[in-house]
Design a binder for this molecule. Structure first.
Ligand SMILES: CC(C)(COP(=O)(O)OP(=O)(O)OC[C@H]1O[C@@H](n2cnc3c(N)ncnc32)[C@H](O)[C@@H]1OP(=O)(O)O)[C@@H](O)C(=O)NCCC(=O)NCCS
Length: 192
């Protein structure tokens, strides 16, 4: 599999683009919100330095091409509203994992589904991946909704895999194969 620098992708309402240091305040606003990290084994960020460290790691990943981390920008306003990243990329096995988060004022508008659709399409068609995996807390219904709308299938269940805000939390493993994605594309095309 060839590796590519993080590109700029456009959808109807969004621009997916590499992060820059100028995004630190907007990124801090996303991940300092306890609602956003409710199902993560990490505490909300407390200073903008956390955002700067996250962006430093993203800049390193653009240099060594170890992962593809997009900032999600609203095309209409230019506001950075979240991130989606293709990480744990294993070129030999043509697979990776996907992670995503939106600032809570932007939930319930279809932005995450729209952003993931573009990132997944890039993963399958430009990075030539065969499989994308996600690992979510079973209580995270919004996240499951996004994955299932996009055609991910439930593949496994791992009890007490994470320690999340003081308690053990289970995981549902989801997987999306390129063959499911291409089939979904054909079905959509047929219904137009
Ligand atoms: C996971 C997360 C990104 C999902 O956000 P979301 O807003 O539910 O997902 P979308 O942006 O795709 O929006 C889908 C919702 O918008 C609605 N919607 C409104 N307008 C829409 C439009 N134009 N197009 C599509 N959906 C639209 C959909 O009906 C759906 O609502 P429903 O779930 O009640 O059916 C968000 O909850 C989040 O950031 N959580 C914190 C971080 C996190 O948990 N990440 C996942 C970790 S594994």
């Amino acid at each position: 599999m060839s590796r590519y620098p993080t590109p700029i992708l456009t959808t109807n309402r969004l621009t997916l683009r590499p992060l820059t240091m100028a995004d630190a305040p907007d990124l801090f606003a996303v991940f300092s919100d306890p609602a956003v990290v409710r199902y993560w084994s990490a505490e909300p960020w407390t200073t903008v330095a956390h955002a700067e460290q996250c962006i430093e790691r993203a800049l390193d990943s653009y240099r060594d091409q170890s992962e593809v981390r997009f900032g999600i920008e609203l095309a209409a306003s230019g506001a950075l509203i979240g991130t989606v990243n293709l990480h744990h990329v294993f070129p030999q096995n043509r697979r990776c994992e996907i992670g995503y988060a939106l600032a809570s004022p932007y939930w319930g508008k279809g932005y995450a589904t729209e952003a993931l659709e573009a990132a997944i399409d890039y993963g399958f068609h430009e990075l030539r991946l065969n499989r994308i995996e996600a690992d979510i807390d079973p209580r995270n219904a919004a996240s499951a909704g996004v994955l299932e709308r996009l055609g991910f299938r439930k593949e496994g269940y791992m009890p007490e895999r994470w320690f999340v805000h003081g308690e053990m939390a289970d995981t549902i493993n989801y997987g999306l194969l390129r063959s499911y994605w291409d089939l979904k594309g054909k079905k959509t095309a047929n219904t137009k």
